[in-house]
Design a binder for this molecule. Structure first.
Ligand SMILES: [Fe+2]
Length: 540
């Protein structure tokens, strides 16, 4: 008996249509969506096969994969038309395999909302199959009547080419099951185990992601483990290939986000490799940018990986092993292609007339988290040689005054009167506001936390390096104290952030009054209520 690998989810809504996407482990003879009040209409799906998804011995699957193995997964996408917001109609997907049909349950869908419609938008990020992700999404579904859309600020899984992380990781917390209420993640706290199923969210609400560092694979290999390939990205101008314009060859020798782009239908990205986009949804103009760099360890020789501030001495004479520091995948510096695209987007009628101007990307402009260091700029390499021309050191510096987000992007967004900048990456909750009133929110304490770097917990930075700030938000703004019910430290002082591996956080934008509310749930007390601890209103 065939089964579907996922439930359906919604993509690319327009005024009168929406795309329905699902996955199977068989090509099938035919795939279609039934829709309408009595499922009286039928539309056939277009089927493609994912090209890069694989498993390896680190995959959490039973039985285990002994070696790197291609995983055969097919994606089906059909456009349901004739929609009329706010009317919701039923739908169900059907796949036909060797004469047998397999169907999903029935869900409902609708087209894109008109301006003026009150909407609830889930703001989430950094799922990565972390321990609290399924609990978080389950509490979202229990707390919010209907989520109208999901804005996901990157880092959906850990290794994007490992199929099981998207679909069927045996720990029960893969990406799709968690966002479709089909997870079965067992979370143990203080000797009590609770099984969380996630939330039935994206069957009903379109998902708009931004690309994070965990959506980007490094150099392609048919032998190396997937984790190794993930970490093996090099800048495209250092990829040691010459004289080719073949994009696949370039990607295979540098980095690519093909799996991410094959799984999602991103607005406006049909024709070129461009995982940044803008979309209008009700009163919102959402601009989703490609702002992320590779993460490298601050310590030399940790896990045999290339490091953030230096190359390992054992690699000095092997440039093919160099990591080139925390290089940026898609430039955002002034004058570069993405920046120019953003300039024209910010001047468009769609942007300027929108009631809520929101920009989402992965890398934090303001945070107490760890990943704001080093500054977001291209690494400057220095090679020191001795009198025999032998390499003595290869180091990387990241001049803070060249931080492209702070130097180039934020002034552009301020001028365009963006009200709200939403991001992730450091796995904590904190928010900020600029002098002009632009709001900044990192709501990435979803599945776990990597901590807040206050004075008792400084970041790991090189000595005597003013470019790398160990404590607080390097970019100046002070975190804003939650205004309803902040957590407290051991001495009873209120905390301006949440950085917890026990308490999970989610945030929701309600467009009726432009209010962003943040909620926390303590997984040590599975029967406890979700607590709203902060809210702020978009405006300048
Ligand atoms: Fe990240």
């Amino acid at each position: 008996m065939p089964s579907l690998l996922t439930d359906p989810f919604l993509q690319l809504p327009t005024a009168n249509s929406v795309n329905v996407v699902w996955f199977t482990e068989f090509p099938g003879e035919n795939h279609w969506v039934l829709y309408g009040q009595k499922l009286e209409n039928k539309v056939t799906a277009n089927t493609t096969q994912l090209t890069r998804v694989r498993e390896d011995s680190e995959s959490k699957l039973e039985p285990k994969y002994e070696q790197l193995t291609q995983r055969d997964i097919w994606r089906h996408e059909a456009t349901v038309t004739g929609l009329n917001y706010p009317q919701r109609i039923s739908y169900q997907v059907v796949s036909l395999q060797e004469g047998e049909t397999v169907s999903s349950q029935q869900f409902t869908l609708t087209g894109k909302p008109q301006p003026g419609t009150p909407l609830k938008i889930l703001l989430t990020s950094d799922h990565q199959l972390m321990p609290m992700t399924a609990a978080n999404l389950q509490k979202v579904a229990e707390t919010i009547d209907r989520v109208d859309a999901v804005f996901l600020a990157g880092d959906l899984v850990n290794i994007p080419d490992r199929a099981s992380e998207w679909f069927d990781d045996s720990r029960g917390g893969a990406f799709f099951p968690s966002l479709q209420g089909k997870a079965h993640y067992q979370l143990e706290k203080d000797g009590v185990t609770t099984t969380y199923k996630g939330g039935e969210i994206i069957q009903y609400a379109p998902l708009f992601p931004a690309i994070g560092n965990h959506e980007v694979m490094g150099r392609y290999s048919t032998e190396k483990p997937l984790g190794r390939q993930y970490n093996d990205a090099v800048p495209r101008n250092k990829s040691l290939i010459e004289n080719t314009s073949d994009l696949t060859t370039i990607k295979n020798n540098s980095y690519n986000s093909d799996t991410y782009e094959e799984i999602f239908s991103l607005p406006g990205s049909e024709s070129e490799e461009k995982p940044y986009y803008a979309v209008t949804f009700g009163d919102i103009r959402l601009v989703s940018l490609y702002i992320t760099n590779i993460w490298r360890t601050p310590e030399l020789n940790r896990r045999n990986l290339p490091a953030r501030y230096a190359e390992s001495p054992t690699d000095f004479n092997h440039p093919e092993r160099w990591g080139y520091g925390q290089h940026i995948f898609e430039p955002i510096a002034k004058g570069r292609k993405q920046y120019q695209w953003l300039e024209s987007e910010l001047q468009s009628d769609e942007f300027q007339q929108a009631k809520y101007k929101i920009v989402m990307f992965h890398h934090p402009p303001h945070t107490l988290g760890g990943n704001i260091v080093p500054p977001y700029t291209s690494p400057q390499q220095t090679i020191q040689r001795d009198s025999n021309n032998e390499i003595q050191a290869i180091t990387y510096e990241y001049p803070k005054e060249n931080d492209y987000i702070i130097r180039d992007l934020i002034p552009l967004l301020e001028t365009a009167e963006v009200q709200f900048v939403y991001y992730g990456h450091s796995h904590l909750w904190n928010r900020f506001q600029s002098d002009s009133g632009m709001h900044f929110l990192e709501s990435s304490n979803v599945g776990n936390s990597y901590g807040a770097h206050t004075s008792d917990n400084p970041r790991t930075v090189p000595p005597n390096s003013p470019d790398n700030v160990a404590v607080g938000n390097p970019n100046g703004l002070e975190p804003i104290m939650p205004n309803i019910d902040p957590l407290q430290d051991e001495t009873g002082q209120p905390l301006s952030y949440i950085a917890s591996n026990d308490i999970t956080v989610f945030s929701v934008l309600d467009t009726e009054q432009g209010i962003v509310s943040s909620y926390r749930f303590d997984t040590r007390q599975p029967d406890s209520e979700v607590i709203k601890f902060d809210e702020f209103r978009l405006g300048r």
